[in-house]
Design a binder for this molecule. Structure first.
Ligand code: C2E
Ligand code: MG
Ligand code: MG
Length: 461
């Protein structure tokens, strides 16, 4: 039995499937295919509630605690946003119509902070308003779990909370097995060196082929792996697999490098540098071929232990990149103190920079900052030709994005690199000559001449 005494019944497990389908946007599975979770509670359940009715808050808190949730109730929007960011709630209940603020504003805030909790709306509003609030939440990347109408039926609420809990237990248990059962696989996204117009690297991105639910994207399971320490085994598997793959590619492309994502939890582990070094030795590749990408939020939790691990990784030859740069709260002093070799500009700026002047300015400043600090600049989220040209003109070192390549299966990478060089047609192209790998040479030229000129940066100031 889990510590909270709640084991989902067969019936609850069957009703869990539509919920999982909703979260993962997958076709329904047959009831016989639904696996039952082992009775273990591997991760904490946290419910964050914002409602201005203290009686309702108390009632819901009581009901949620009875089914094993930690609960935080507030009527203050700032306290709510702060908790949503720092406390990692698994479920959020949000009153749509509070005086002074409204649920839609809060949904926007949650979306901006890439909140991963299941969001339930509490409302007495009509169906149309609710429908558009749910759509808005989804458009902002939130997991909209549904609506609870006032007056709240506590039994309905408890059942919903149990199902959310069960979904997590189910995935956590399965994830532990997935690593040994060979269900994880890597896709690789190519990176373009803007100075020589060649594909000189790839980023390894993990996916999970779940036997029932199909392919699950990393945003859905990396947080789970981080919560219950599976992240160490997962990272070992990713680095080992990527290093072995790299050794095979380097036979024909000796200069190719590979980037692997690591979690903030990994860099708290003092044994990480030696393990990763061993994996590279076993695969027969140089540690310098691997760039370890750590998200900015993870990188800026400045702790002695993390500094120790990062410094030793650098001494062993690994390169270190700050991923999603611009979304966290790093100070220039921290950036200068940490042993990073690369800054990876978050895709949210790059995707919008051709239509949004402030994004363009941020990208330009970050490229400049990286260059002045002696760090390599990488822009991810390059979705069109104009953005690529703009980045090149700003002096960006490396570009990555759907315009250059989608994440691909390993066996497609060598042909993709070769095709790119072939379309380019010359070995040392002038900077402006960047072929798109999605088109043949003639189509490329047509598109290139059709590309409208972008606003020069000097005109934006
Ligand atoms: P990330 O490291 O920032 O990876 C880039 C993500 O942006 C990838 O999503 C990629 O598919 C997507 N992307 C690339 N180019 C474009 C573009 O032009 N437009 C748009 N809209 N998106 C683009 P993916 O594969 O879903 O990965 C999401 C995140 O999951 C990664 O973000 C990374 O933080 C994490 N992740 C992936 N693999 C691993 C892993 O092996 N270990 C760890 N710890 N985290 C991983
Ligand atoms: Mg990354
Ligand atoms: Mg990133």
């Amino acid at each position: 039995m889990p510590p909270n005494g709640v084991v989902p019944s067969e019936l609850e497990m069957a009703s869990l499937q539509p919920l999982l389908n909703g979260i993962l946007k997958l076709p329904p599975a047959k009831p016989s295919q639904i696996p039952r979770p082992a009775a273990a509670n591997l991760c904490s359940n946290r419910l964050l509630i914002i409602d201005d009715d203290p009686d309702l808050g108390r009632l819901v808190k009581d009901a949620a605690q009875r089914v094993g949730y930690e609960v935080f109730v507030t009527k203050n929007p700032s306290a709510f946003m702060e908790k949503a960011r720092t406390w990692q709630p698994t479920v959020i209940m949000l009153d749509l119509g509070m005086p002074g603020t409204d649920g839609v504003q809060l949904l926007r805030g949650l979306g901006e902070h890439s909140c991963v909790a299941e969001v339930i709306l509490i409302s007495g509003a009509d169906d149309k308003v609710l429908g558009s609030a749910i759509q808005l939440g989804r458009a902002r990347g939130l997991k909209m779990g549904g609506v609870i109408q006032r007056p709240i039926q506590l039994e309905t609420l408890s059942n919903f909370l149990i199902r959310c809990q069960a979904a997590k237990i189910l995935l956590s248990e399965d994830l532990a097995n997935a690593i040994t059962a060979d269900q994880l696989f890597l896709e690789y996204q190519l990176k373009l060196d803007c100075h020589v117009a060649r594909m000189t690297g790839v980023e390894a991105l993990v996916r999970w082929r779940h036997p029932v639910l199909g392919v699950i994207q990393p945003d859905q399971f990396i947080p789970l792996a981080e919560e219950n320490e599976l992240i160490h085994r997962l990272t070992d598997w990713v680095v080992m697999t990527a290093a072995t793959q790299m050794a095979a590619w380097q036979v024909d492309n000796p200069a190719l490098g590979i980037a692997v994502n690591i979690s903030a939890k990994n860099v708290q582990d003092l044994t990480l540098p030696d393990r990763l070094h061993k994996f590279c030795r076993t695969a027969g590749i140089d540690c310098a071929s691997i760039t370890l990408e750590l998200t900015e939020t993870g990188a800026m939790r400045e702790a002695l232990q993390m500094m120790d691990v990062l410094t030793r990784l650098r001494l062993k030859g690994f390169k270190l990149s700050i991923d999603d740069f611009g979304t966290g709260f790093s100070s220039l002093v921290q950036l200068q103190k940490m042993p990073f070799s690369e800054v990876k500009i978050d895709r949210s700026f790059v995707i919008h920079m051709m239509n949004d002047e402030s994004c363009m300015i941020i990208v330009e400043i970050l490229i400049d900052l990286a260059s002045k600090l002696g760090l390599k600049s990488v822009a991810e989220g390059v979705e069109d030709e104009a953005a690529l040209h703009s980045l090149i003109s700003m002096g960006c070192d490396v570009a990555q994005g759907y315009h250059l390549s989608r994440p691909l299966a390993a066996d497609r990478i060598p042909a993709f690199i070769a095709e790119y060089q072939l379309i380019r047609g010359v070995t040392k192209a002038p900077k402006a000559h960047f072929p798109s790998p999605f088109t043949n040479a003639r189509a490329w030229r047509r598109r290139k001449t059709a590309t409208r000129p972008h606003t020069p940066l000097s005109a934006l100031a």
